[in-house]
Design a protein. Structure first.
Length: 302
């Protein structure tokens, strides 16, 4: 049985995601996203389940930062969960003066809180279930949580199905040390983090390398390098798998432009969206063109 560290404590949305991505494996709750990945880097866990992006609030910065630092990890699988919150209180608890949750969660229920708990102070907690623990211990009066938190902490449900945006969803990754990659499926996502030189046009050059090979982006984010003010790392997700000639060709080109390029994995997309292939950009086109160029080089063709 594999050991899977996940962003906990028990009862987070990430635990729900880990149950999907690593059903039947040993699930180990860890206090922060960074520590879940550290557990893999130290060999205490075989893989980690972490949130990467939410359809309302965007990326989870802690995940991007932890993926770009220390020993490399690669994503091997992903899942997308609908996000509807439960608001939990202590059984028989009185006035709600404080309501706590993960900042990403508070941002997704801002309107609901303004309408339903306008006088409560909003407090950030390290995760949604850490807020539930705080309610049980008397630190906060209410927690905005994943519905599964209620299975663990014996609280009272004040409201269910809470979400300012009804179709909100979060994507989660299963990451592990680099090794054998998942097989390409035709509906894959590849991720890299690029530290490009700080001069005119470098980001445009990176994106042009992808566009000129007909590769469609699925996400682009920038995070500060933290060492030099104004310098950024670019997190780029795009359609396709590194086992495909056109993607490998693009990755090779990106490497030339970057001070530092980290491969973050190629894996099947949870939404099953198949890779867009424009005419002339198919893998067969790349293979045929390389065979032709090789024959030209050898003097066999002209
Ligand atoms: O705190 C949790 O329950 C998490 O799994 C984290 C997280 C996030 O970081 O976005 C995951 C899904 C929700 O969007 C809110 C919080």
């Amino acid at each position: 049985m594999s050991r899977i560290a996940y962003f906990g404590p028990r009862g987070t949305f990430t635990e729900q995601a880990a149950r999907v991505l690593a059903a039947g494996e040993e699930l180990i709750p860890v206090e922060t996203v960074r520590l879940a990945m550290t557990a893999v880097r130290n060999g205490e866990a075989d893989a980690a389940c972490v949130p990467i992006e939410n359809s309302v609030e965007g990326v989870v910065p802690a995940t991007l930062d932890a993926l770009s630092e220390a020993a490399p990890l690669v994503a091997v699988a992903e899942t997308i969960l609908p996000i509807h919150f439960s608001v939990l209180t202590r059984p028989g608890g009185g006035d709600i003066k404080t309501v706590a949750s993960h900042p990403h969660a508070l941002a997704q229920v801002r309107e609901w809180l303004e309408e339903n708990l306008p006088d409560a102070d909003q407090v950030a907690s390290s995760s949604t279930s850490a807020a539930a623990v705080g309610v049980r211990e008397g630190t906060f009066d209410a927690a905005v949580c994943a519905p599964v938190a209620n299975e663990h902490y014996g609280l009272e449900v004040l409201a269910e199905g809470v979400a300012d945006v009804p179709d909100a969803a979060t994507r989660f990754l299963l990451v592990r040390a680099p090794g054998e990659l998942p097989e390409p499926t035709g509906a894959d996502r590849t991720s890299v983090v690029a530290a490009a030189a700080n001069r005119t046009g470098t980001l445009a050059e990176l994106l042009t390398e992808l566009a000129s090979r007909g590769i469609n982006l699925t996400r682009l984010d920038a995070r500060p390098t933290r060492s030099n003010f104004g310098e950024y790392r670019f997190f780029i997700d795009f359609e396709g798998h590194v086992a495909e000639p056109r993607v490998l060709d693009a990755l090779t080109a990106l490497r030339r432009h970057c001070r530092n390029l980290r491969f973050l994995g190629s894996h099947p997309r949870a939404d099953g969206t198949r890779t867009t292939i424009e005419p002339g950009f198919g893998n067969d086109d790349f293979v045929e063109a390389a065979v032709w160029a090789d024959a030209v080089r050898k003097g066999d063709r002209a």
